[in-house]
Design a protein. Sequence first.
Length: 318
Amino acid sequence: MSLLTSYELRAIELMAPLNIQGPITTEWLQGGLSGSKVIKVNAKEDVYVVRFWNKQWIEYFCQDLACQIIASNAGYGPKVYLSSEEEGVSVMKYHSFEPLTNNQMRLEALSTLIKKIHSGPEVPRGVDRNSYSNSIINEVKETKIVNFALIKEVKDRIFSILKKEARLVTCHRDLHHGNLIYSKGRFLAIDYTWAGMDDPYVDLANISIFHCTNLKEEELLLQLYLERQPILSEIAKLNLMKQLVKIFYGLEFFSIAMPNIKADPCEITKTSNSYKSFGINSSSLQAKEFLHYAISMLGEVIEYSQTERYKMDLKSCK
């Protein structure tokens, strides 16, 4: 029998207030990009997840935890049994993943989830993603791999138009595959680091980017969410918001990749939309893969900005 680590021992100690019955066993789970330590605790009658936050990002823990507790109480996130801001730890109910291969059923379940999030209690305002994106652009603008000046120009123009009619609701803002659990006929959302009060189209754009395979499915998503046929201005708004979300992820992936890139940047070229699978076993991704994702997403934004579609979408939303 292998010896338990200090994290596993502490996870078992945290079970004491829950009065669970043994035998108790532990199992390591993937902690995603945050570097958090995540441990599955198996008891006689239930299964739990203990998450030890990566102290490198501790400034985000209070936001994540506050939103996770709200999600738990509102029923769109796993139940939170106990937590400690001081220790940076939370204990939640474990939900096993179930497959959902029918894409229409998947979009129906996802639209139900985000409607529940958007109609739920308010959460702390969260990170200003426009300012956050600007900070990354300032750090990488001298890099010649991407035209960051054009990326910022597109971002600022879209933000200036969409913020005029923005309706702020509770949003998750990070709904890729790794932050969703399909269990017992519904989706639950986890990892609320980027959650905050924002335009509901941010979550719709997230779903569209990572879960829709074509324009028809994007329009179906809007129809399911709105519970009616979308009008042209709503389709245009989704198109524009997708660019802002792609810019956010593209910059985030770029900042993750660059310190660890050893290859000649000139050898890195735009790739396919393989980023759509992000969140599925992402803990094993290498820096070069993150850079490919970044160049793909930012390249798509630049391509879109050169089209008549972009001009028409801007006009529709003015």
